[in-house]
Design a protein around this ligand. Structure first.
Ligand code: 13P
Ligand code: SF4
Length: 324
């Protein structure tokens, strides 16, 4: 079927109504997916909203771990995801068996030191269900500082997998968490040189960055926050122009919310012959209207999470929701 966006959106909306389905989309998805969704949000808002809606089917247009989190939180509901191959380089940078090894080593160090120290594992939501099952509390970029601030001051904390976010949280909480060495390939490739040029060409314009960006980018930023926090800042601020260092999908919602403002995206470093030279997450872009339509029509692909893993993982996600 070769339909235009508008026709697809109309068909998807009537199918969703017929099937009592709710469509969720992350801010990084294609504009037409955001236009079609019932609910758009950052990782935290999507997880919170999933537990509140009264629907038989939840469709998560985002990446795999977002669908997984939704299924863990709503095991009785059918959770669909338009493309099961929509992964996340950050989640992939932390395998459960490797994290388990680190946890065992750190527990042994505590035991050998005779210290009666508590070990707390904090994982970013961008992780697999298996990693969440090894985790004490999950965080997102919206609530990481607030949650780490509530943890006992004398506890030893392992934070993973995003090293940039972990360093930033260490700096704003005064903690010395043990950091996993993972990164998001999109956020770690923003060009400092290009950002400095943009700042020089646009004096006084605020720079807004996601905390998954590298420290030199964050050091040049005026506002550091989750996608939702950055969006809310652009709505609240009296400024008319902003330089944005995060995945460019967010520009759609920023522009929709503030039609009279200008958003200037920071470009990535250009690495000849390697990967994508844009600031888009190719996994998020795998969500297309055609796949969304087919997924709703066929009620497939459906997200399943191993029962035992889900039972272990849910407490770390629920702890996050309680502490947010
Ligand atoms: P948010 O938690 O800000 O939605 O970010 C999720 C993500 O994947 C960032 O790359
Ligand atoms: Fe994962 Fe990065 Fe894509 Fe976010 S932008 S989903 S962290 S790969």
């Amino acid at each position: 079927m070769d339909l235009k966006n508008k026709e697809y959106i109309d068909k998807i909306r009537s199918l969703a109504k017929e099937k009592n389905a709710v469509i969720f989309a992350h801010y990084y998805t294609r504009p037409e997916i955001q236009e079609c969704a019932d609910f758009i949000g950052d990782s935290l808002a999507l997880a919170q909203q999933a537990t509140r809606v009264d629907a038989d089917i939840l469709v998560m247009c985002g990446v795999h771990f977002m669908g997984e989190t939704m299924k863990i939180l709503c095991p009785q509901k059918k959770v669909l995801i338009p493309d099961m191959k929509a992964g996340c380089s950050l989640a992939d940078s932390c395998k459960a068996e490797d994290l388990n090894e680190l946890i065992k080593n750190e527990k042994l160090k505590i035991k050998n030191s005779d210290a009666c120290q508590e070990l707390i594992v904090v994982s970013y939501v961008n992780t697999s269900a298996e990693v969440k099952a090894l985790t004490d509390v999950v965080v997102t970029s919206s609530n990481a500082k607030k949650i780490v601030d509530q943890l006992p001051k004398d506890a030893k904390i392992i934070f993973g997998p995003d090293h940039n976010l972990g360093s930033y949280i260490n700096s704003v909480t005064g903690r010395n968490m043990i950091l996993w060495n993972g990164a998001c390939h999109v956020h770690s490739r923003f060009s400092l040189e290009a950002l400095l040029e943009l700042k020089a060409a646009n004096p006084g314009v605020e720079v807004l960055a996601h905390p998954e960006c590298k420290a030199p980018i964050l050091a040049q930023s005026d506002v550091i926050g989750s996608t939702k926090a950055l969006l809310e800042h652009t709505i609240r601020s009296s400024a008319k122009r902003f330089i944005i260092a995060t995945e460019s999908g967010i520009l759609f919602e920023m522009q929709r919310a503030c039609p009279d403002k200008e958003f200037i995206p920071v470009p990535p470093e250009v690495t000849e012959g390697v990967g994508c030279s844009c600031n888009e997450c190719e996994y998020m872009r795998m969500n297309t209207l055609e796949k969304l339509y087919n997924c709703l029509l066929n009620e497939s692909p459906e997200m399943h999470v191993d029962k035992e893993i889900a039972e272990k993982a849910i407490s770390s996600i629920q702890r996050m929701l309680e502490m947010s």
